[in-house]
Design a protein around this ligand. Sequence first.
Ligand SMILES: Nc1nc2[nH]c(O)nc2c(=O)[nH]1
Length: 390
Amino acid sequence: MPAWTDLKIKPSELRLDPTLTCGQAFRWQSTGPSEWTCALFGHAIDLKQTPTTILFRTLGHLKTAPTDHSHVESSLRDYLQLHISLETLCDTWTIVDPDFAKLRKAQEGVRTLRQPVVETLFAFIASSNNNIKRITMLVNKFCAYFGTPIETNKGIFYTFPEVKDIAQCVDIEGTLKELGFGYRAKYYAKTVALLCDSHECPEIFLLGLRDKSLEEARKALLQLSGVGPKVADCVCLMALDKPGAVPVDTHIWQVALRRYVPRIANVQDGIGAEQSRRLVLPEDKVELVRGLAKLLVAGQKAPSTKAYEAAQQLIIALFGPFAGWAQGMLFSGDLDTTESAAAAVKKEPAASKRKAKVDVSPVKPAKPIKPENPTKPEIPASSIKMRLRK
Ligand SMILES: Nc1nc2[nH]c(O)nc2c(=O)[nH]1
């Protein structure tokens, strides 16, 4: 086995287990105690959490991939966004919301990744009306079918395909239906066609959105099939360098309503108030935040796009330019709460982390969703090159 390289990063900055299972990345596989493996940048990357740091090594690579170790390390640092201090962000958020200290402890090291844009887009199209476990299954089947294998002594890991690799398939919709994508299959077929019809290299077009404003990037993504506001915001946040993008679904709306609205009547004018649980806001934000809280309360009777937008604006008003990163911790915390509640109701031991059926679907589909046929058999794993290690 190749030697490990120390990334020299503390658990308060990054913990692999919650970060790789909280619903932002779907391809990391648990391959040993505190070890995670994924095909990225043309390499099978192996990560290991120790009590003090994170180690990495490569287990194999595509023939075409650059093999320079320092190149792989810098790609990985970039993917993990290690130049951004999560601790500093948490310090800032805890000034505004003193209760964030508790969430910070429970969700220690949950950081937002900078993922490949095609992967993020296609993974989140699968998130419509879906849960993390199922999205993971679909994304891995997708890669086993369209991606390229990298053989290692821990098994075979598949790259995420390029758009042109998917476009070669003569019947994308039919193939994906067979793989279990249901009504989402046609979104993929349409999105691949839209991207290939308008752009010689869809990857370059999509990567170019990193240099656009949040509004422009969102607008461009919303033209694609199966992409609503929530999916667009997830792609902006997790792949397009938009740390202020705040995806809102029913869970985050509930978080805003339960966690913040009751405390907004107590909003203290001016930074520096000591009282625990009180939100501490600059004076110029107080009226804005009160107005947003009212919209959220009104949305309880009749949930509306306006109410969801109010939740988004509230999180931005509280947490500032990296509000999307704060949303990531709130989202991860909500997953844990939902899982604990589900486990308590079932009176069973808590399910293994992130395995509970938490629906992470966007707010509302634009059109009515046709129910999937639950009895439709899926293609047998063997016939779709599904050779993922158990
Ligand atoms: N951090 C987040 N991860 C997510 N996964 C998913 O499906 N939705 C979200 C989200 O809103 N935030």
